[in-house]
Each structure stands twice: as structure tokens, then as C-alpha cells.
Design a protein around this ligand. Structure first.
Ligand SMILES: Nc1nc2c(ncn2[C@@H]2O[C@H](COP(=O)(O)OP(=O)(O)O)[C@@H](O)[C@H]2O)c(=O)[nH]1
Ligand SMILES: [Mg+2]
Length: 593
């Protein structure tokens, strides 16, 4: 699948539908939805964010990625703003201010130098800088962001970086190879990246040119072991790099320098992430779902319009009344949906609670067995590595097993609500209403037994990716277990007693930690279900109100055109009658045959 091509196709289709629908049905409820879809498709950026402490070569590396020496990277001035680089055939610079204004400048290193730490500008006034450049990496809507140092002594400048973090699709974390992943960096990675679910990180260690060649392998190994411990057990590659050599190599066309800078491997990894990352089938499918859902609704609006034009003025007026009654009855159907959704939520939560309870028992049993059967000498390793890894793998297995299932339940729930609403709308207003003059609503809204309506696809709009539940497992979730290693009593007890004597205490400690994890986990899932159901509720009601409003407008338009038609006929008839009378009085009267 070529993401970019498929997306362009989708964009064209959406734009064409919007033009044609707005020509024929300017009141269509779907025009704004189409507008939103087009906007999202348009803004479909893939954001690479380079972060790290200051003076670690971030700007130099960004320049190497761009193949242009554009970001200020002198020894004194350091980056003080977020610099986001966008693709453009013609270079340019926009300064986005906090007050919403945008200043446009010519792009140059000098212009950018005005916004470095040593320059005289008020960082309070600047939101970020947008640079426009022509660079191959940026094609296909990739945005590359250079940031101030995350440990910048200027709190304001570090804050700027933190605010931008959630937009990153991939984070490139630059450390220095000679002091890789020191405490402050560890804190940043754990507290700011992992805690925010930002786990798509590429780790690179700069200043490779400063490390002795004989020590290189060992230094990289050390860096990788640091990352592994920071991430809580996962083995992760650290790319050694000399950003300076890479940039020099690129600017001077020095292939050998470039090759030895470690840059090509890192660049390849970045490209791989871009290609396999969030521009995935899943993302594309969500866009396709949305377009399909909109198209279904436009189609049903067309059918409604066709229907309407075949009705008499009287019919139409009574239908208008019917819609008014729907609005007057809002509290009822809103209440019905709320209680329907609240039932579904309880069901899902009950299922989750039962399954987690069972799961918790299994995890505790397994860990207890591991502790009982442990005969090694390295209890620290058991506590710090083996147990946390085992627990994590249990949780992952649960998430893999159940996240699709929970997702599917939510998916179905949304589909039912939308289907039910649309069916009720079609059956009660459009069709039945015209047959009987008495517009009684058929209550309750037949949410569960709706047979018509094609809104199932709409379900894709609210819900995120498939593995949303798995995402909940990210971040600092497992830290408490890792923290057990810090329990000082353990090592003390180990010194005093034999291993066997510690085991019962360890089992109690592990059980209580696992118990906490399970509770947290359940809370997170319940929270997720709650938020999603609320979203489903809001979106469905909003969509349905939109539909009703547009239907109302359509009826009104049809009524007024029918009235106009009637008036025209009336005028014509009057004219005919006048002419007839004239003929009678002036042409026929008194003239003898
Ligand atoms: N020796 C060496 N110096 C580098 C390397 N990368 C960057 N520098 C220098 O380190 C200083 C800080 O680089 P800069 O890109 O501004 O770091 P930033 O603050 O993280 O953006 C500059 O003087 C760069 O020339 C490298 O790989 N090797
Ligand atoms: Mg910089």
C-alpha cells in the first residue's frame, strides 16, 4: 500500500463529493463533516522531533538531516524556540506569535539567529518558528522539529519543548556518547516521554568522533544498557553518531566522512519509522471509514430530497411539524441513549473486572512460584529484572488478548447507537409521517432492533487504533515493580538471613505490588471505556442533531419552492382568467356572430 497515493485518492474523492453535494444540497449536514475530513487529510503531517539536552548537537543533526546548514549551531547562541521545518519549493520563514499574528521573513541563518538564546527577543511572545525548505526528507508531509534543550536553565525554553512533545510521531533523543543517558536524561525519558505514552523513540549518541576507536564498542554497549534499564527491561539500539562529521560530509560531498559518521544507519531507521509508523493502513482505514460514513449519509439525504419533492405541500408541512416534535422530545431520546450507553458501559466494565480478577490471580501465582523455585544467588536480578519482565509479559498477553475485544464491543456500541438513531429518524419521520397525518413518535427509539440504516461504518470515527488498550500499558506503568529493588530492607535482610527466609516476605511484597498494578490497570481500562463511551454519546447526538437540522432545512426549502410553484401557478391562472374575461368582454360581447 502506498499511503501517500491512497490518501491523495481519498482527498480527491472527498473534495469531489463536497463540490457536488454542495451544488445540489447546500443545506446538507455532511458538508461540514466533509470539510473536517479534508482538513484532517490535508494536515496529515508526520512529525519528527529532535530532543535532548542543550549543546548535544541537535541543531547540527537537524542540519545534517536537511542537508543544509540552516539552524544556528554556534558555540554561543543556542536554540531558544521550537523550529519546525516544513517542505516547500520556495524557502521562507514564519514567526508565529502568541497573540495569533504571523510575521513573514526571508529564511536565512541570520534571520534565525535573532531567535537564539543570546539574541534580544522576548520568548514569551513567540509560539514557534515555521521554516520552509526544500529537502527530500520532508516530502510526503514530514515535519522536522528542532527544539531548545530539555534541561535548559531557562525554564521557559524547556517548557516550550514540553508543550510540543505530544505532537511528535517519532522522537529522536540525542545524548552524548561520553556521558550517555545520565540521571537528568533518565528522568526526562521516564517522566516526560514514557509517562505521556511517547514511546516511539530513536536513541542516538552524538560526539562519536570524540571517543577512542578501541573504546567505541564498549561505550555503545554501555549506552544501550543504560537505555535498557531506563525503559525497564527492553533491549533498544543506540545509534552512535557524529552530527558534525555527518553535516560536514553532506555539505562537502565527502562520502567517507558521511559513512563513518554513523548518520546513514540513523537516517535509515528514521525513514523506516516514517514509512511504517502512524501512516499505516490503520490510519488510512480510519480516513476511509469516515468518507464512507459521510457518503452513506449524503446518500440518505439525497433519497430524502427525492422523497420530499414528490410530496404535497400539506404533507411537507406536517413533516416539518414532525421534526419540530423530535426536537421538542430531545430530552427523551437523549435520555434513552444515555441509559442505553450506560448499560453497555456496565457490561463492558463487568467483563473487564472479571477477566482482570482472574488474570491477577494467575500473575500472583506465577510470580509466587518463581520466587519459591528460585535457587540462584542473584536475588537482585530476580527482583530487578526477572519479576518485572515476567509481570510485564503477563500484562502484554492480557492486552493482546482483550484489547481487540474491548475495542470491538465499543465499536459495536457506537454502530448500534448511530444505526438506531438513523433508523428511528427514517422510519418515524420520513416514511411513516407522510402516511399518517398524525405524527406520533414511535417510542422508544429502537436502538437494538433497528434493521435499516447503514451507519455501522460511522463507528470508526470515534475510536482510535486497534491497540488502544495496549497503549494503556505504556509509560510508567511498571515502575512500582522495578521500584521494589529499591526496598532497602531486602539487601539488609539478605545479608542477615538465608535466601529461604526472605522468600515469604518477598512473596508478600510482590503480591501487594501486583495487587496495586492490577488495580491501576483496571482503573485505566474503566477510565478508557468511560471516556470512549462519552465520546460516542456526544458524537452520535451531535451527528443526529445535525441530521435533523439539515432535514428541517430541506423540508423548509421544499415547502417554499412548492409555495413558489403554487404562487406561480396562481399567477398563471389569474392571468389566464383575466385573458378569458377580456376575451369575453372585449372580443365577444356585442359582436354579433
Ligand atoms: N566534535 C563534535 N562536535 C559537535 C558534534 N555535533 C555538534 N557539535 C558541536 O557542538 C556544539 C553544539 O551543537 P548544536 O547543534 O548547537 O547543539 P544543540 O544545542 O543540541 O542544538 C556546536 O559547536 C557543534 O558544532 C559532533 O558530532 N562532534
Ligand atoms: Mg540547537
Amino acid at each position: 500500500m502506498n499511503y501517500v497515493k491512497e490518501k491523495e485518492l481519498l482527498q480527491q474523492k472527498a473534495a469531489a463529493l463536497k463540490t457536488r453535494a454542495s451544488d445540489l444540497m447546500p443545506e446538507s449536514s455532511q458538508l461540514s463533516a466533509l470539510g473536517e475530513l479534508l482538513e484532517d487529510l490535508e494536515r496529515d503531517y508526520y512529525t519528527l522531533m529532535v530532543v535532548g539536552e542543550f549543546k548535544h548537537g541537535k541543531s547540527t543533526f537537524v542540519n545534517a538531516l536537511l542537508g543544509q546548514d540552516i539552524m544556528p549551531r554556534d558555540v554561543t547562541p543556542t536554540t531558544a524556540t521550537i523550529n519546525a521545518v516544513f517542505h516547500s519549493e520556495t524557502p521562507g520563514l514564519e514567526i508565529l506569535k502568541m497573540d495569533g499574528t504571523v510575521e513573514t521573513k526571508e529564511l536565512s541563518v541570520d534571520a534565525l539567529n535573532q531567535y537564539t538564546a543570546s539574541a534580544d527577543f522576548n520568548p514569551d511572545e513567540i509560539k514557534y518558528l515555521k521554516l520552509f525548505l526544500n529537502a527530500p526528507l520532508l516530502e510526503n508531509r514530514v515535519v522536522l522539529i528542532d527544539t531548545p534543550g530539555v534541561n535548559d536553565l531557562n525554564q521557559q525554553r524547556s517548557d516550550i519543548t514540553f508543550q510540543f512533545l505530544p505532537r511528535a510521531d517519532v522522537i529522536i533523543f540525542l545524548t552524548s556518547l561520553d556521558s550517555a543517558f545520565k540521571q537528568t536524561e533518565k528522568t526526562f525519558i521516564q517522566e516526560f516521554l514514557m509517562k505521556n505514552g511517547l514511546e516511539n523513540i530513536i536513541f542516538a549518541a552524538n560526539f562519536m568522533d570524540r571517543v577512542d576507536e578501541e573504546e567505541l564498542d564498549e561505550t555503545i554497549e554501555f549506552a544501550e544498557s543504560r537505555v535498557q534499564s531506563i525503559l525497564g527491561g527492553e533491549k533498544t539500539a543506540v545509534f552512535p553518531l557524529s552530527a558534525k562529521d555527518a553535516l560536514d560530509g553532506k555539505l562537502n560531498g565527502d562520502e567517507a566522512a558521511l559513512r563513518y559518521s554513523g548518520f546513514p544507519e540513523l537516517e535509515k531507521e528514521i525513514v523506516r519509522r516514517i514509512e511504517s509508523g502512524s501512516r499505516s493502513l490503520e490510519k488510512l482505514e480510519r480516513f476511509q471509514w469516515r468518507l464512507k460514513a459521510i457518503a452513506e449519509l449524503v446518500k440518505s439525504e439525497i433519497r430524502t430530497a427525492e422523497e420530499l419533492s414528490s410530496h404535497s405541500l400539506e404533507d411537507l408541512e406536517s413533516q416539518l411539524e414532525g421534526v419540530a416534535k423530535w426536537f421538542a422530545n430531545q430530552d427523551t431520546w437523549r435520555g434513552q441513549i444515555k441509559s442505553y450507553l450506560s448499560d453497555r458501559r456496565s457490561e463492558i466494565n463487568y467483563m473487564v473486572a472479571k477477566s482482570i480478577q482472574h488474570f491477577g490471580t494467575n500473575v500472583k501465582e506465577d510470580i509466587e512460584n518463581r520466587i519459591r523455585l528460585f535457587h540462584g544467588a542473584d536475588i537482585k536480578n530476580l527482583v530487578e529484572a526477572q519479576i518485572p519482565i515476567a509481570v510485564k509479559s503477563h500484562f502484554n498477553t492480557w492486552a493482546n488478548q482483550y484489547s481487540d475485544y474491548i475495542h470491538e464491543l465499543l465499536h459495536k456500541t457506537q454502530a448500534e447507537v448511530t444505526k438506531g438513531l438513523i433508523a428511528a429518524f427514517n422510519e418515524n419521520v420520513t416514511i411513516h409521517a407522510v402516511k399518517s397525518n398524525d405524527l406520533q413518535l414511535h417510542e422508544p427509539i429502537p436502538i437494538l432492533n433497528a434493521k435499516s440504516g447503514n451507519a455501522a461504518v460511522k463507528a470508526g470515527v470515534v475510536l482510535g487504533g486497534v491497540s488502544t488498550v495496549a497503549v494503556l500499558l505504556g509509560g510508567p506503568f511498571f515502575l512500582p515493580i522495578v521500584g521494589m529493588a529499591g526496598l532497602p530492607y531486602l539487601s539488609q535482610k539478605l545479608a542477615e538471613k538465608q535466601l529461604e527466609n526472605i522468600k515469604p516476605e518477598l512473596i508478600i511484597a510482590a503480591n501487594s505490588q501486583i495487587g496495586q498494578l492490577i488495580t491501576n490497570f483496571e482503573d485505566k481500562i474503566v477510565d478508557y471505556v468511560h471516556t470512549t463511551i462519552n465520546k460516542i454519546q456526544e458524537e452520535s447526538l451531535e451527528e443526529f442533531t445535525r441530521l435533523l437540522r439539515s432535514y428541517e432545512t430541506m423540508i423548509k426549502r421544499e415547502i417554499s419552492s412548492k409555495q413558489r410553484e403554487a404562487a406561480t401557478i396562481q399567477v398563471y391562472r389569474t392571468k389566464l382568467a383575466e385573458l378569458e374575461r377580456l376575451i369575453e368582454s372585449e372580443y365577444l360581447e356585442g359582436v354579433s356572430a
